[in-house]
Ligand binder design. Structure first.
Ligand SMILES: [Zn+2]
Length: 385
């Protein structure tokens, strides 16, 4: 029985799904630069969750949005004198190449904000009509967080945190702007995820996730908006992935501790990076350290050596031959760990202990063959190539 820690109720809850279809929404990237290792960690964890749910025979609808209009994009476009659309197109393409290299499951939908402006405007109109939003003295449309009684439940913050739904810009016609009932402008960041997730997945979403850094204010604001907009709005499980920190600061370009993902890809194997970014329980932060990736490389090699059949009599092994995997030696334990809130670190321990035990004992080839097949299937579900 699968259990997931839901960051909204702060409880490990039994995963209930009656129609065999799982709807997943993960907050995606803002394409003004290359993604960083924190994004890769988040998307790798959801990649493993999705691979596992597919293994359990669920049908998945996976949506990951693209925030292709934003302050950072506009700033970069001005700094680099590149048209906003050209800039975002370039980084969407480049980041998709990186995700493919990492063997990260492609979402079923990758909606862009700029393709959904009409829906966003329609929803802002409703929020104004219902008095959840107002127009301030600058002409911006602002969400009034005190109009939603449960504001702060996700993050345990009871602050007054009114935020922008529509940013007015009647002066600078050089920017990418859209016409609205409130004048030319563009949507705020938070409203896009409420509107886009609802448009594609509806009121009831099984899993909504992202990095822990999005919990406040982004997801708190999303919950407030969506509850005010959609009568039956419900996210069954909120999943947040721990950030990747450098000397305890979250990685971001503004902190100047940005680690180039392409540099890492040149230096390390994708399997090594996957292992490094998933070997700590997913909700915990990672303190980024190159020497730890090097150590991960050595650890993962133990599994690779195992695969090279060093301990097996090769004449009896034909892995290409299609045979039924009995899944009785270690696979059941793998299922138990995955069902316990995707406890991937325990699975790595299981694999290393299994290999260690095999090395130390004289075991029949037939048994080893079965173990090898189980390990191979486990590694496949964990997304290793
Ligand atoms: Zn979002």
């Amino acid at each position: 029985m699968l259990k997931i820690f839901d960051t909204y109720s702060k409880k490990k809850k039994i995963f209930i799904n009656n129609d065999n279809l799982i709807k997943i929404y993960v907050c995606g990237i803002t394409p003004y630069s290359y993604c960083h290792i924190g994004h890769i960690r988040t998307f790798l964890i959801f990649d493993i969750i999705i691979r596992y749910l597919k293994y359990l025979n669920y049908k998945i609808i996976y949506v990951r949005n693209i925030t292709d209009i934003d302050d950072k994009i506009i700033k970069k476009s001005i700094d680099k004198k590149i048209n906003v659309i050209k800039l975002t197109k370039y980084f969407i393409k480049k980041n998709n190449i990186i995700f493919n290299k990492f063997n990260i499951t492609k979402p079923n939908y990758e909606p862009k904000v700029t393709d959904n402006i009409k829906y966003i405007i329609d929803n802002i109109k409703i929020l104004i009509k219902n008095k959840n939003a107002f127009i301030d003295k600058n002409g911006d449309v602002i969400f009034n967080t005190s109009s939603y009684n449960y504001y702060g439940k996700l993050s345990n913050r009871k602050t007054n945190n009114n935020f922008v739904l529509w940013k007015l810009n009647n002066n600078n016609k050089n920017e990418l702007l859209w016409k609205s009932p409130w004048g030319y402008g563009r949507p705020g960041w938070h409203i896009e995820c409420s509107v886009i997730s609802n448009k594609i997945l509806g009121d009831q979403i099984d899993i909504h996730g992202g990095g822990y850094d999005l919990l406040f204010p982004h997801h708190e604001n999303e919950i407030a908006q969506s509850n005010c907009l959609y009568k039956n709005f419900n996210i069954k499980y909120w999943i947040h992935i721990g950030t990747v920190n450098v000397k305890n600061n979250k990685i971001s370009k503004s902190l100047n501790n940005y680690i180039g993902i392409n540099k890492l890809l040149n230096k390390f194997n994708i399997n090594t990076i996957r292992y490094y970014l998933t070997k700590k329980k997913y909700e915990k932060p990672i303190n980024f350290n190159i020497s730890k990736i090097e150590k991960s490389n050595i650890e993962l090699d133990k599994i690779n050596i195992f695969f090279s059949n060093k301990y097996l009599n090769k004449t009896e092994i034909n892995l290409k031959k299609k045979t039924i995997i009995k899944k009785k030696y270690i696979f059941n334990k793998f299922i138990d760990y995955m069902n316990d809130d995707f406890n991937i670190p325990k699975i790595y321990d299981l694999l290393f202990n299994t290999i260690k035990n095999i090395k130390n004992r004289n075991i029949e080839n037939k048994y080893l063959y079965n173990i090898l097949k189980e390990v191979k299937l486990i590694m496949k579900i964990l997304g290793f190539k």
